[in-house]
Structure formats: C-alpha cells, structure tokens
Design a protein around this ligand. Structure first.
Ligand SMILES: [Fe+2]
Ligand SMILES: [Fe+2]
Length: 138
C-alpha cells in the first residue's frame, strides 16, 4: 500500500485533494482486509470508494469540457477502465475477502492514470489556464 504524497500531485488543487481522498478510501479497504472484517463491512467501504470515484471522474470530465481539453475523449476511456476495474475488484473481493494484493493491483492502475493522463491534463491547464495551476494541497 502506498500513501498519497506530493510526488503524486498534478498541480490542480481540487483534483489533488480528491486523489488524496481516494487514497484514504483505498487505505480503509486495505485495513479492513487486514483485520479480516466480514464481507458486509468490506462491501460498505467498497461502495464508498465507488461513489467517491464516480464523483471524482465526473468532476474531471466536466473540467475537461469547460476548458475544451482536446484529449478528453481518450481520457474518458481511461476513466471507463477504472470503473470496470473497480467492479472487478468488488467481485474478486466478494469471492476472496482476504485478497489484499487485489487492492494493490487496482491502486497501481489508478496511480498510473494519475501520473500519465491526469498529469497531462494538468500541463494543458498550466499552459491555457495558469490561474488554476500550481496550488498544491497542504
Ligand atoms: Fe483523477
Ligand atoms: Fe482522470
């Protein structure tokens, strides 16, 4: 499990704060697995992750539209894949609630998206809307 740190910051404060929240949700799920919590607790935590993730992806996509981001279609495919993998994570944990490495796999995928697609969007914002760029969360 990795914790959110400033290496993951893309430079858009609202988005970085949401990414941090997602890491908190993932940490809670991993802790729950490590404690051997029953499935209904894990299911509750996974539902929270899923709701928050959908909110986050919708915020990003509306920012793409507002700023007429040219790569928004491709970025959307990445988001669709995250939703798909989140569903798979839930299915796999239901079958095997002690699968700690399953969260690690999802997390690695999420981190790759942040460091590639989200960071690419942030660089566009830096160029085109500099007032929105460069504020890092505390
Ligand atoms: Fe993101
Ligand atoms: Fe994204």
């Amino acid at each position: 499990m990795m914790k959110w740190d400033s290496d993951l910051a893309i430079g858009i404060e609202a988005i970085d704060n949401q990414h941090k929240q997602i890491f908190e949700h993932l940490l809670a799920i991993e802790n729950s697995i490590a404690k051997r919590d029953p499935w209904h607790i894990l299911h509750f935590l996974l539902s929270q992750l899923s709701a928050y993730m959908k909110f986050h992806l919708a915020v990003e996509e509306s920012l793409h539209e507002i700023t007429r981001y040219p790569d928004q279609q491709e970025h959307r495919y990445g988001h669709a894949r995250i939703i798909e993998l989140m569903g798979e994570l839930e299915d796999k944990l239901q079958r095997n609630p002690s699968g700690e490495n399953l969260v690690g796999f999802f997390e690695a995928w999420f981190v790759r998206h942040v460091l590639s697609d989200d960071r690419e969007f942030a660089l566009y914002i830096k160029e085109e809307f500099p007032a929105l760029y460069g504020r890092h969360p505390a």
